[in-house]
Ligand binder design. Structure first.
Ligand code: SF4
Ligand code: SF4
Length: 462
């Protein structure tokens, strides 16, 4: 991408583009539409590098910044070699202006680009705008005083995610059998390492859940658990995870999270997707694949929201006498993709005047004791707390807000953990029939009568 400052330029990994553009915009060197004053050479792929393109980009420049996440600085080293061999004298900046490790957020990039410009073209500093800096505000007394009060909100599963109950079940099993080594993997299920689950001891790479636990999969009093998503499984986990575990007679438990898509990257189809795809071959069950490489102990759970079944299956896998890897395929459709698919159809049917039913869950605040075990065990963002209004109950009671998608996980968790009977399900009926109205009238009358009778027996406090 050309710019009007030909003396300098930035060579960057493709994935860094948005961050670099944001930093340049905040420094007054780019606009929101992608026009930049500093020329950019965006690497669509980082290997192999195209020497001629890089030489052409750098030939007229005094200095070039390499924006490359990760270490060591492979691209920076290669670029130095390419340019020196071509006798191009542009000075290369990279690690130094930018940190060697850690994520290149917009704040890090702002500091790095500014340091590069200060070293390579200091006259340009006068033309730049001072970027907003949240750090002094975050360090201020007012904000610091909020820190102990406002609970942190780490990234987590979507509302209604079918993966949440898997980790609720894992938590319940560990309560009974004690902590196990859990190898996590890349994908949505990695949110399990955050509160409220705090599961996952190691994470090595995409599709490497089972193989990263290989060293722990020996016969021991406690079996290790490893988790892999369906995307990672098809990427490489089938061979280096499951095949390796079968070949080496491993004794661990491998949980394969089958949510029907490569969900974390946007819902692309994969081999085991249930959808018909005109240009791809789908509907190849994970179960067939793992049995194909020799796994014998294989269980499939077709509704991960069944927390009790999930818990019992995990318990069996961790305690069975059977040798070899224990494979659990936990399968339910990604809620984000399901909502994208079903919501427009549902809304269209309501518009047409069809009778449609939407389940919602709620908490009976009279029964809720306010111990919030449901929140700790499910972590659903729709679960919140509110004042009970009861002077005898000091703790706030649990409450479910309008973002609930009716997956039923909170109720299932409560039942599996024998928590409490506070959860109820209510069906919201759109375009109700005459029968619906009749039944609703009877219910309202009976419940109203019971409520009035209870109120007359209630002790009233002044
Ligand atoms: S994208 Fe799908 S699988 Fe991932 S957290 Fe959201 S609902 Fe769960
Ligand atoms: S509140 Fe319960 S039913 Fe509603 S989305 Fe959350 S877990 Fe599912």
């Amino acid at each position: 991408m050309p710019g009007d400052i030909p003396e300098i330029g930035i060579v960057l990994q493709g994935g860094m583009y948005n961050g670099v553009m944001r930093a340049l915009k905040l420094l007054g060197l780019a606009d929101v539409w992608g026009a930049t004053r500093v020329p950019l050479h965006v690497l669509n792929v980082t290997y192999p590098l195209v020497d001629a393109d890089l030489v052409a980009f750098c030939a007229t420049k005094k200095a070039v910044l390499v924006v490359e996440e990760g270490q060591p600085e492979f691209i920076e080293q290669a670029l130095n070699t390419i340019l020196r061999r071509a006798d191009v004298q542009a000075r290369i900046h990279g690690k130094g202006a930018l940190p060697m490790a850690g994520e290149y957020t917009a704040t890090v990039l702002i500091d790095g680009i500014r340091a590069f410009i200060a070293a390579a073209m200091p006259a340009l500093l006068d033309e730049m705008t001072p970027p907003p800096d949240a750090r002094p505000l975050l360090a201020s007394e007012t904000v610091q005083a909020l820190a102990p009060v406002v609970p942190p909100r780490p990234p987590s599963f979507c509302t209604g995610c079918p993966e949440r109950p898997i980790f609720s079940a894992m938590t319940l099993v560990q309560k009974e059998l004690g902590p196990h080594h859990i190898a996590a993997d890349i994908g949505c299920h990695l949110f399990s390492i955050n509160p409220p689950f705090n599961l996952g001891t190691t994470t090595m790479g995409y599709g490497l859940g089972a193989s990263s636990a290989a060293a722990f999969q020996v016969k021991a009093k406690k079996r290790s658990i490893s988790v892999m998503g369906d995307g990672g499984f098809w990427h490489n986990g089938l061979l280096n995870g499951v095949g390796n575990a079968v070949f080496n007679k491993h004794d661990g438990v491998v949980v394969l999270v089958d949510n029907h898509y490569s969900a974390a990257t946007g819902g692309q189809d994969i081999l085991s997707s249930r959808a018909d795809n005109a240009t791809r071959s789908t509907q190849h069950p994970i179960e067939d694949a793992v049995k194909g490489v020799g796994a014998k102990w294989v269980r499939r759970i077709d509704r991960t929201y069944d927390v009790a079944k999930m818990r019992d299956t995990l318990h069996e896998a961790l305690t069975t006498e059977e040798a070899g890897p224990k494979i659990i395929i936990a399968s339910s459709e990604c809620m984000l993709n399901r909502q994208r698919r079903e919501k427009p159809l549902f809304n269209a049917a309501v518009k047409r005047g069809e009778r449609m039913v939407k389940p919602r869950f709620g908490v009976d605040e009279d029964i809720c004791t306010g111990d919030h075990a449901c929140i700790r065990l499910s972590g659903c963002p729709s679960l919140s707390v509110k004042d009970s209004g009861d002077p005898l109950k000091e703790d706030p009671v649990a409450a479910i807000d309008n973002s609930c998608v009716g997956c039923g996980n909170c109720g299932e968790v409560s039942e599996a953990a024998v928590l409490c009977p506070s959860f109820y399900r209510a069906d919201i009926v759109h375009n109700p029939s005459g029968w619906d109205r009749f039944v609703s009238g009877i219910r309202t009358a009976v419940i109203g009568w019971l409520q009035r009778r209870r109120d007359t027996n209630r002790l009233a406090l002044a």
